[in-house]
Design a protein. Sequence first.
Length: 569
Amino acid sequence: MKNIRQLLVQCLEAAGGAGISLPSGGVSVSVVNELLDHGGFDEEVFLSQLAALIGLGWVPGPTPDAADAPELKRMVPARVALKHRLVPLKLIEEEGRKDKKLLIAMSDPFDLIARQAVAREVDAPVRWCLAPRKRLLMALRDFYGIGADTFDEILKGREVDAADLENKDEANVLDADDEEATVVKFVNQIIREALDQHATDIHVEPMEDKLRLRYRIDGRLRELPVPENIKQLQQSVLARLKVMAKLDIAERRLPQDGRINLQIGGHFIDVRVATIPSVEGESISLRLLGQERFTLERLHIEPDLRVEIEALLKKPNGIVLVTGPTGSGKSTTLYTFLSQLNTEARRIVTIEDPVEHKLPGVVQIAVKPEIDLTFAVGLRSILRGDPNVVMIGEMRDLETAEIAVRAALTGHLVFSTLHTNDAIGGVTRLVDMGVEPFLVASAVRAFFAQRLVRVLCQSCRQPEVDATTKLRELGCTGPITGTVYRAKEGGCEACRGTGYRGRMAIYELVRLTPKLGELVTHKAGQQAILQQAIKDGYRPMREYGIRKILSGQTTVEEVMSVTVAEGGE
């Protein structure tokens, strides 16, 4: 016991020890838990040493045996495992014994309540071992599935009734945990886990034999471990989501759109909901839109490009178009520009489809085709409302583009988006839509293109062995300074095994200078426009991406995957 106490004292000193005290006799369960919560020391070193001192096995990566999985889940139900943070690993045969021992991993060897719960539930000898708490929690989620304890209780208890689906509050509070196992709690757990993993989307997809849940994290879809037999709750889960979004739960044949207001940790999160009828049932997609501040700092724009953007935002009139495919972050960039301009001296009006973020002090209009409120119709009314700045969600047709051009020529600053591959393509796209070339040259100030790339995990990134060759293939002709990194295969705990954490944008900007405007007016080809743009200071997106690679923020593969070579397809 003396050695154990010395180990705890060492960890207390490493962690700072504020607010944590050792009991005078014995070891308290709360001390180990508090130490792990407090952090400030190497958790794995501490727990492995503790395991050696008290004679328990040490499992650095707790993974249940796949062959024993059904029996392990039967012996240790989800409600017990998740409540007490226990992972059943495997059944051990011992010579001379008929019954098998059950090996269970835990992170707190002094948790007598957990041991008693297992003793009541498991009718077999138990062998205990220690494992890192972070990895243990991940193993729990992967083995039982998200919300498995709630799911088990729902199936054991009463039938789902209308009270489970009722939406009583205007904002759904995810922090308010319901002691009773209900569909409401189960759905809240799914959404809360998505927020914890920084997912941007949740996809609930009925399939023939299961209900598949997927999160989009850093632009990649990942399937979520779910409880077995979740198909039994399919209709209840879908109905609950539709009730939260104030949709018609009886209508299953037509697509529907709605919104959910969530509250977690005192912060409000807006969720855009879309249902799609399929042959296996309704598929529901949730887009998680955080109520964040939009600042230029958050865009991580390189200093030289930022100077040019700030100069554009000071223009009294003209059109600034942000180009890129769906999901490239165009809306975030536009909202950031509007936030920079949002002062008492300016009236800003937007028309969007749909309104993704609510900006205080900005008049925002949602397109409603069913009542003939289109971009063109809305834009005409906006111009009669004395705006200084106008934002159009997307230039989809000639009519909208022509009205936007007229607005720019009559003293308004206009922002909008175009779906083109690059900034140069935006120049010719407007002409192809039918806008007169001389009007494009007169009204448009700049085309701003962007893509999203994943950011390297700073905890596990590794130096790129063949950096020079890869950068030359990417088009880097200058000197290679700094260290080029790659993502570690298998990642680490911090990045959940992906090698990346978060995303960032890479950009390119084409300003319509007088010389470039002359080329547009005379309907010059795209290659001639490109050459003049380079003379005027245009730098391709790949070049911008290479700078991010050389600063250690992303990889060659990420930049190459979202960009094309200069003049390429």
